[in-house]
Design a protein around this ligand. Sequence first.
Ligand SMILES: Nc1ncnc2c1ncn2[C@@H]1O[C@H](COP(=O)(O)OP(=O)(O)O)[C@@H](O)[C@H]1O
Ligand SMILES: [Mg+2]
Length: 233
Amino acid sequence: MHVVELKQISKTYHLDAIDVPALVDIDLGVRPDCFTVISGASGSGKTTLLNVIGCIDLPDRGELIVAGEPVQKLSDDALSDFRARHIGFVFQNFNLLPVLTAYENIEYPLLLSRTPAPERKRRVEAMLDAVGLSDRAKNYPGQLSGGQRQRVAIARALAPSPKLVLADEPTANLDSVTGAAIIDLMRAMQRELHVSFVFSSHDPKVLAAADDAVMIRDGRIERIERREERAAA
Ligand SMILES: Nc1ncnc2c1ncn2[C@@H]1O[C@H](COP(=O)(O)OP(=O)(O)O)[C@@H](O)[C@H]1O
Ligand SMILES: [Mg+2]
């Protein structure tokens, strides 16, 4: 059973009179408990693909099943609820709320999912510890380095115990040493928590850490390399 199943997914943007086909006939099964990387040049459709998987963007055609749920059949409210419970996001520019502390940023999705206060506190403290930022709980994002901000974002994504974490070029705005540490952290947390991670990147270090690698080009899947083949290569 795949954690995400895309069948013949297509999406075209309409910009003035021009049609921009961002995704074309995408067939993809994402394996559970794996670190999957979407790799492709700028403009190849990585962000669009992650936004479709994350139910942020709707495809024009095709079928999308996430965690066994045919999500296109859900109402707007049910979809928001589904997303809050099952999907965590990590963005290129961290997307933390500047007026909230590290602690409060991590707590935020737990408030949305109405997690009771004692459980909230337990989850936030465990996540701060897991990303090595227990001593930065009261810092605002402006008082943290880029790498620390991305650690907070990872903790926030994982706090509600989602089935799936989507990360759109999470190391693109970090220097290479910090980026490598972030990849190691995400890889370790993926293994420990048995979450499914889907990443987009054109960073070779991210590709090397992948179980499965999906190469896309001009909105089409060019090639998929599964772990077994990668291990043998
Ligand atoms: N909101 C939008 N409106 C029009 N075209 C878009 C929009 N978002 C993305 N595109 C186009 O869709 C294609 C895929 O973009 P994107 O998914 O952002 O690729 P990547 O993340 O790999 O750089 C590109 O040609 C891009 O210019
Ligand atoms: Mg992108």
